[in-house]
Each structure stands twice: as structure tokens, then as C-alpha cells.
Design a protein around this ligand. Sequence first.
Ligand SMILES: [Zn+2]
Ligand SMILES: [Zn+2]
Length: 149
Amino acid sequence: MSNRCPDCEHFVSLEISEEDEFHTDPEIDDEGNINAEFRLLLNCAECGGEMKESAVEFYVEPMEEIQEHINKYVPGVDDESDHEFEVECTSSFVGERYSGDSKIPRRFRKKFYVIDLEFGVRCETHPTWPGYSVAVTKEVRASDMEDIN
Ligand SMILES: [Zn+2]
Ligand SMILES: [Zn+2]
């Protein structure tokens, strides 16, 4: 697979962009469901022009910690039973892997981008609750990336 860069017009290799620190703006609902979209971006290794992208959806189920926290406060009985959950992406890393036997040349193997994200959850109403962090991983096949130009 060769990639011709529309900016510098060279046939180039691609590199993973680290332009935006975490490329994601996660959201959490009242039950603790986390949704986030990560923009995986590949740049021209020579001029840095944007070449391929993929919007990768992440979903994390409510953890036991948040269910216990919610159950501690009975609506209508306890004061401050309204939670204001906050989530942020605390770490992100994109790596690569190739499927199959490592003795086979890479060009005959499927390439994947591996996205590791970590989310931290807190409650604004109850700042003494330590919250938790959760790590999630997703893979994108390199051939499924979309051309930007
Ligand atoms: Zn280029
Ligand atoms: Zn709370």
C-alpha cells in the first residue's frame, strides 16, 4: 500500500498524529454510562499534512463503584441525592500491531491501530467520593481508515 500525499505530492509513510492531546471529549450520564469519540488521525511523515482519519466510538458501562455511590443516597430521603458526574480523559495512547505470525513479512499481514484511553470519573456533588478510573482499548484496521482529501 503506497500513500501519495496531496500536499507535498510525495509517496510517503504515515505517522500517528499527536496534535490534540487527547482527541476526545467524553460524556457521562446520570447512571454512569460513558460515551466518547476519539479522532484517530494519520499525517504525512514528511510534511505533516492530514491524510487519513477515523472517528472511533468508545462506550464504557457503569462500574460497580458508581452504582454503589448512587445507591448510597436515597432520592427524597437524603439531601444531595442529585449527582453531578464528571468524566475526563486522563491518558491516551495509540500504538500499532500486525496480525498473524511474526515470521511472515508485515506487508502480508493486517495492520491495526490500537487506541488505549483512560477515563477518570468524579462526582461534583460529592467531592469526597474518590471516583474511579477505567481503561478501554479499541482497534481500527488500517485499511478501514478514511482518506481526508
Ligand atoms: Zn506530505
Ligand atoms: Zn454523587
